[in-house]
Design a protein around this ligand. Structure first.
Ligand SMILES: NC(=O)c1ccc[n+]([C@@H]2O[C@H](COP(=O)([O-])OP(=O)(O)OC[C@H]3O[C@@H](n4cnc5c(N)ncnc54)[C@H](OP(=O)(O)O)[C@@H]3O)[C@@H](O)[C@H]2O)c1
Length: 399
């Protein structure tokens, strides 16, 4: 494990690799602010003239409206929130259930970390920027001085970083004399990228952050989730935009989303990554419940709706503001505190609730797209993702 950064009583494990990536992040952010106006204007015009922009403007709005209509006319069951019970074993080291929230430094992840801390969880914040993690922890502590918080620097677009996290995390549980288990994992981190960037693992950055990172993290944390003396849960944060996908291939080539020719299809790739996350959710649910009808681990997806966060940070500022204004006028835009309701509902629904799509708050669920329930597609996605993960682990072991 790398050296430790102290921040109050919180530990932020830091490795040389992660520091290097964080510098990249800061660099990208500062570059964006320094772009000359002419470049921004050019980027805005290019985006406005692209079919991807109009796909987002029209298809995504229709998908969101459709989800809202389902809530009104074809609602699925609603589920009350229940406080997680602690271990029935008085000798257990579980004083508080542990919850890992990825992308906890902004928007919905930050709101989820705050809400779940308020529900009595020991929240482990996962993010790629140590400064933002510290700021988040201080903010939550300011509101609730008794909050239990820790933070880890992890880049979810790097399998190496996730593997390092798993071992640091296990070591931290041991060093802190905590039960070697996790009660709740919220796979929330995500980006909307407007240009193609290839990660060190050879994937498109948006697909790796939004889907592959969550797949890898979940698989690596599964033993800890299964080891929980109380029922544990996984929540995958997906999006109504998955409804815009009408056909999908989940082979190695498509999963990598490497460019064939022409422009980067940012809207298509975002939708694709969110559909993959849903197929993965339902496949995991099938696997848990095929083995054991009263499985002690459950998995749900959560769709927050349209929320005013930093997700559109790569779009030219005037276009993201325009999108938010239109959504606000249509009464479709929520604050992160409102939007996070479906995530918290999915996390706190009774333990037997699994394989559901939470949307709209108040414990409500709806059906996701027909394609997302395609079991054959989900199995193909699972086996391809697994094969790619094994290959990555093998190649990293050999380095
Ligand atoms: N906002 C919406 O309308 C909406 C709707 C449906 C679904 N969602 C989903 O909700 C989730 C949260 O998004 P948001 O709207 O809250 O956006 P956001 O404000 O941009 O937050 C995204 C979070 O993910 C983190 N992140 C990004 N790349 C990462 C990486 N490689 N490694 C680790 N962390 C990384 C970000 O870290 P930094 O702070 O360091 O950038 C940030 O904490 C996403 O999965 C998104 O797809 C959002």
């Amino acid at each position: 494990m790398g050296k430790l950064l102290w921040a109050g009583r919180f530990l932020v494990p830091e490795t040389p690799l992660l520091v290097a990536q964080d510098r990249d992040v800061d660099h990208t952010k500062s570059e964006r602010h320094q772009k000359p106006m002419a470049v921004n204007l050019r980027a805005s015009i290019d985006m406005l003239l692209s079919s991807e922009f109009w796909r987002m403007a029209i298809r995504w709005t229709l998908s969101l409206l459709y989800s809202r209509l389902l809530l009104l006319f074809r609602p699925s069951p609603s589920f009350p929130r229940r406080r997680r019970r602690l271990s029935p074993d008085p000798d257990s080291r579980i004083e508080r259930p542990i919850c890992v929230v990825t992308g906890a430094t902004s928007g919905l992840g930050a709101a989820a970390a705050r809400a779940l801390s308020g529900e009595g969880y020991h929240v482990v914040l996962v993010g790629r920027c140590p400064q933002l993690l510290n700021k988040m922890m201080q903010g939550i502590k300011h509101q609730d001085k008794d909050a239990y918080l820790d933070a880890f620097v992890v880049d979810l677009s790097s399998i190496r970083s996730i593997v390092k996290f798993e071992s640091s995390f296990k070591q931290w549980l041991t060093d802190s004399n905590l039960h070697p288990s996790v009660q709740l994992l919220i796979n929330n981190a995500g980006i909307f990228a407007v240009s193609h960037r290839v990660t060190a693992d050879g994937y498109d950055k948006m697909v790796e952050t939004n889907y592959i990172g969550a797949f890898v993290l979940t698989n690596l944390l599964l033993p800890l989730l299964k080891n929980s003396p109380v029922p544990s849960r996984i929540v995958n944060v997906t999006s109504f935009t998955h409804r815009s996908v009408s056909d999908i291939e989940v082979d190695r080539e498509n999963l990598s989303c490497l460019p064939t020719s022409g422009k980067y299809r940012c809207a298509h790739i975002y939708e694709y990554s969110k559909l993959c996350l849903l197929l993965f959710t339902y496949e995991l649910h099938r696997q848990f419940y095929a083995k054991d009808l009263s499985a002690d681990i459950s998995v749900n997806s959560a769709d927050p709706g349209a929320v005013e966060t930093n997700i559109m940070r790569e779009l030219p500022g005037c276009l993201s503001q325009l999108a938010f204004t239109v959504l606000r006028l249509l009464c479709l835009l929520q604050s992160p505190e409102e939007g996070v309701a479906s995530v918290v509902d999915a996390a706190l629904a009774p333990e037997e609730v699994s394989g559901k799509y939470f949307f709209g708050g108040k414990g409500r669920t709806i059906r996701s797209s027909l394609l997302s329930y395609d079991a054959r597609l989900a199995t193909d996605l699972w086996s391809t993702s697994h094969m790619l993960l094994q290959e990555s682990l093998l190649s990293q072991g050999g380095q």
